[in-house]
Design a binder for this molecule. Structure first.
Ligand SMILES: *Cc1c(COP(=O)(O)O)cnc(C)c1O
Length: 397
């Protein structure tokens, strides 16, 4: 994530800018690692991962209510493989939300597609279906949706759009979901991972659950896709130009434990986020847009605050400085539109104007939130946010 640095060193912060979100391990994860190490000392099996990997995949598929889950060494490689399975040709187009991590957009460019960026919905971070509708053409092959910062994007309007305007040769555009920040989230369409053609999850150390710092998963209901992905993951199994993207046995064993604990871990984060929102509402700070409290449809990967629009990035940065300097609360400024985060994306999307995405990015602040923070600490942080925003407002007049 690209961020501007505050004027204070991180060591001075009582709460870091972005703590690792996963890595909340219990004795169960430690036992799983030790057991796997001990079992692997058998020279007949060693670190052969297949059994553990299949157990983890089956559990993850059941969790996402899909027939197929395919484990990967990371979400970046997993997204590359999903997009490779679109068999894109020059001129084919993929639409995606502009406010995003650069990773999925680099995957689109590597797959050889033209990347069309959509503006966010008003007051939010996820793509605006109305703007997506305007970008849809006879060459659209996929709509890549990221559930930004843990808030589930509404996929139904995008699924409807794709159905109404099918590609002349390939049919409706595929809905590809980047669920890296929304593992365990639940929606009207079922658990995240069920709706759409394929969903990609990350178990990197910042995500809601982690398999020793790196790892990923793809879920799908499309059997042909699942079979192809499994072959590609393991050197093509005699027929495809595959490579090796496999997860290790230790990662799978730990993933199984983390998956069992996922709901509790997410619920703690959701509790803290909703509690913080309630505190901030009570403080009645004018102009502040707070994240919606929508239960498990928002896992609050980051706690999203939008400052008043006319303050711009400078006003937001002042709040960030005050939060850190006066209160020791670290925060992130979060993602800008991806062309600002990577020169190759900028080159590939030159001429696409995204004023709404830029305005939202300039207003966004993400104060530290971590499931292991106490309720009392959370209240202190809410009060710090209130103080910083009021102070910044007073210096403006
Ligand atoms: C972390 C992240 C990724 C990449 O995941 P890795 O497992 O680190 O490759 C992709 N998309 C989003 C939105 C992410 O937050």
């Amino acid at each position: 994530m690209t961020t501007a640095r505050a004027d204070v060193s991180e060591t001075a912060l009582r709460w870091p800018e972005q703590p690792a979100l996963g890595g909340w391990y219990t004795q169960d994860e430690i036992d799983a690692v030790m057991q796997t190490l001990t079992d692997s000392a058998d020279w007949r099996t060693g670190f052969r991962a297949k059994a553990q990997e299949m157990t983890f995949e089956d559990a993850f598929a059941a969790h996402a209510a899909v027939p197929f889950a395919i484990a990967y060494n990371g979400a970046g490689t997993a997204m590359d493989q999903v997009l490779a399975c679109l068999d894109l040709r020059p001129g084919d187009e993929v639409i995606s939300g502009a406010l995003n991590f650069v990773g999925p957009h680099l995957s689109v460019l590597r797959a050889g597609a033209r990347l069309l960026l959509a503006e966010p919905s008003p007051g939010g971070f996820n793509p605006d279906p109305e703007h997506v509708a305007r970008l849809l053409t006879g060459r659209t092959r996929a709509i890549l949706v990221t559930h930004m910062n843990g808030q589930v994007a509404d996929l139904q309007p995008l699924l409807d759009l794709a159905e109404r305007h099918p590609h002349p040769e390939y049919g409706p555009a595929r809905i590809v979901v980047d669920a890296a920040r929304a593992v365990g989230a639940e929606t009207d369409l079922g658990p995240v991972g069920r709706a759409g053609w394929a969903s990609v999850f990350s178990f990197q150390s910042k995500k809601g659950m982690t398999t020793l710092g790196e790892g990923g998963m793809i879920t799908t209901r499309d059997e042909a896709l699942a079979v192809r992905l499994r072959r590609l993951r393991s050197f093509g199994k005699g027929r495809l130009l595959g490579s090796n993207f496999k997860m290790t046995k230790l990662q799978a064993a730990v993933g199984l434990v983390q998956l069992r604990r996922l709901r509790d871990m997410n619920d703690r984060r959701i509790h803290l986020a909703e509690q913080r929102t309630e505190h901030l509402r009570d403080l009645r700070i004018p102009g502040l847009v707070l994240p919606p409290s929508i239960g498990r449809a928002h896992t609050h990967y980051l706690y999203n605050v939008l400052l008043p629009e006319d303050w711009g990035a400078a006003g937001r940065d002042e709040v960030r400085r005050l939060l850190a300097g006066r209160h020791g609360v670290g925060s992130l400024t979060g993602e800008r539109p991806t062309p600002h985060g990577h020169e190759l994306i900028a080159r590939a999307t030159a001429g696409q104007h995204l004023p709404a995405a830029k305005r939202t990015a300039d207003r966004a602040l993400h104060p530290c939130l971590h499931p292991l923070m106490s309720d009392a600490e959370n209240r202190e942080i809410a009060e710090a946010i209130g103080d910083a925003v009021r102070t910044a407002a007073a210096t403006r007049t």
